[in-house]
Ligand binder design. Structure first.
Ligand SMILES: Cc1ncc(C[n+]2csc(CCOP(=O)(O)OP(=O)(O)O)c2C)c(N)n1
Length: 331
């Protein structure tokens, strides 16, 4: 298929496919390194993308980072890397160093923000980013800018008021907004069956009169296609779309959690058997656009980037304590 338009009629060429694979592998490798640094006492907190890379890269690869913006959530390492945040920048945030572009080491890790890379800064209360994204989409509409905003959240967070308010507002005003729910089945230790009665979060879209699409995170090309269609709708002035991606969380909720008390190892193994990275690689091999040599070269490149980012961030200075009171409210 290399170079053909056969892939879902999307016209994805080999370079784009390889780029998608690279970002999935890079996201996983950076994330794995973060856990090592955490266990070494060098990074206080990790909240992982592992298992969700196919969802994230599938979405980001259908956007245009030169005009579109993202209001991501804490697991979206694959999204922010695809939008141009570098491994060094990620590790600077992970180790709370002064040069961290997200917050100068002030926020928790994974609270991504990068104006130049079109990553809207976020905060810890879940789902607030959906309202921020709707506001940004309104600005695009008022200014007649041909761009969309993508915001994402977990399925548990769709029970927050901001999610419903933002979807309703975006639908009423036909805003260029794509709301992506990365449904990994748990909100910390709470399974989806105790979060909501519906099987598909996408069903919530009908209450606001917008399309609600379900796609599998282990199928990054399907995710790409759904996002492309949502983007086209948004650019045509047809309003927002809700995309639910069924995905997995391979790690505990965070480095402060132990998932063995609520997820069986059999379930985890079944989820790992549906790993987007493994399946995508196999698909590339089947298409004869990939081979062991390229795989080796890619892994070496990623390893070098992760090592470089780790070394750079470890050597970087912490914020000057004298700046402690900057950017905070006080009376
Ligand atoms: C308003 C608010 N309530 C509670 C929390 C604590 N909290 C952080 S993440 C999280 C779980 C969110 O689960 P989900 O939306 O399914 O996303 P996931 O972490 O599974 O990707 C909770 C309850 C918070 N950050 N904000």
């Amino acid at each position: 298929m290399a170079g053909s338009d056969a892939l879902y009629g999307l016209g994805l060429d080999t370079t784009k496919i390889e780029t998608m694979y690279y970002y999935m592998v890079l996201s996983r490798a950076l994330d794995e390194r973060m856990w090592i640094l955490n266990r070494q006492g060098k990074s206080a907190f990790v909240i992982s993308c592992q298992g969700q890379e196919g969802a994230q890269v599938g979405v980001a690869s259908a956007l245009d980072p030169t005009v579109d913006w993202v209001a991501p959530y804490y697991r979206d390492l694959g999204v922010v890397l695809y939008f141009g945040m570098t491994p060094r920048e990620i590790m600077l945030g992970q180790m709370a160093k002064a040069e961290d572009p997200s917050s100068g080491g002030r926020q928790m890790p994974a609270h991504y923000g990068h104006k130049k890379r079109h990553v809207l800064t976020g905060s810890s209360p879940v789902a607030t980013q959906v309202a921020h994204a709707a506001g940004m989409a309104l600005a695009f509409k008022i200014r007649s800018e041909a761009a969309v905003v993508m915001t994402s959240l977990g399925e548990g967070s769709t029970n927050q008021g901001e999610f419903h308010e933002a979807l309703n507002f975006a639908a009423v005003h036909r805003l260029p907004l794509i709301v992506v729910v990365e449904n990994n089945g748990f909100a910390i230790s709470v399974p989806q069956s105790k979060e909501m009665v519906v099987a598909d979060v996408a069903a919530k879209a009908s209450g606001y009169g917008m399309p609600g699409i379900v796609v599998r995170g282990s199928d990054p090309l399907g995710v790409h296609q759904a996002t492309s269609e949502a983007r086209n709708r948004a650019l045509k002035g047809e309003g927002p779309t809700l995309i639910e991606i069924k995905t997995y969380r391979y790690t505990p909720h965070s480095s402060d959690d132990d998932d063995r008390s609520y997820k069986t190892r059999e379930q985890l193994q079944a989820e790992k058997d549906d790993d987007a990275i493994v399946l995508f690689r196999q698909w590339m091999l089947d298409q004869k656009m990939w081979d062991d040599e390229r795989e080796k070269a890619l892994n070496q490149r990623v390893r070098n980037e992760v090592d470089d980012a780790t070394d750079y961030a470890e050597a970087a200075p912490y914020p000057d304590p004298a700046t402690l009171w900057e950017h905070v409210y006080h009376s």
